[in-house]
Design a binder for this molecule. Sequence first.
Ligand code: 5GP
Ligand code: 5GP
Length: 233
Amino acid sequence: SSAAEEEFDFFYLVQQWPGSFCDTRQGCCFPDDTGRPATGFGIHGLWPNYAKCKTAFNDEPNAAPGLESAINKRRKKKCWPEYCNNGEPLKLGQIADLLATLNANWGTLSCKNKKSFTFWAYEWKKHGTCSGLAQHDYFQAALRLKAQHNLTGILAQAGIVPSDDKTYFLSSIRDAIKEGTGFKANLECNRGVGGETQLFQVYQCVDVSGEKLIDCPLPMQGNCQDRVQLPAF
Ligand code: 5GP
Ligand code: 5GP
């Protein structure tokens, strides 16, 4: 992508609750080398975002030449940049000093290949390449932000503890995060095996330098309901 296309307005730091990831029909797995993670949120990614979606007109590569442009172009809504820098691959050597912290805070829960490096490499290629940050700095930025505000602790302070029985007001989770971090975040829910609504991911907003939290500029349609669970893990 061109440099102009890669300009963005803020990052989402997305953290996932392992109890919710695991309590779905797809289930979860733990990394071969590091095993079951400690109880707590884990990083999913640090994602560059536009404050307003753009309507891009992409060239239709398969259209016959000479057809009118309305047919040659396909309208596409773009709300974030992705896959920049020609898919520059992540190099293990660039993050060697971060590996212990990455394993503890950004482990894979997917059953596809149980290697966290594969997850990091995917997140780098899709989102990191558009961040304007070097590989090392991109991963370090996400780890630093997570370390600054312990979401699991912030929720526990407000009496929101992992439980397979309790349900919590969504507003109480929202308020606890605003109170504990100083900034408004967005929340995403999923459905457990029993159909219950559970808190799945927290989207914190970050300035373009990747250093400081900001209030999320837009609300999100996060699939939550007034009452949600935080399943045990
Ligand atoms: P899903 O459709 O499961 O919500 O998201 C699939 C993938 O699309 C995510 O893993 C992420 O890579 C990307 N994605 C979804 N929502 C957003 C968003 O709001 N911002 C950015 N930058 N990427 C997103
Ligand atoms: P995104 O939703 O970021 O586009 O895609 C996430 C990709 O990373 C999916 O292909 C998913 O299979 C893989 N992945 C590996 N580990 C994890 C994990 O722990 N959580 C999530 N959400 N996706 C993971």
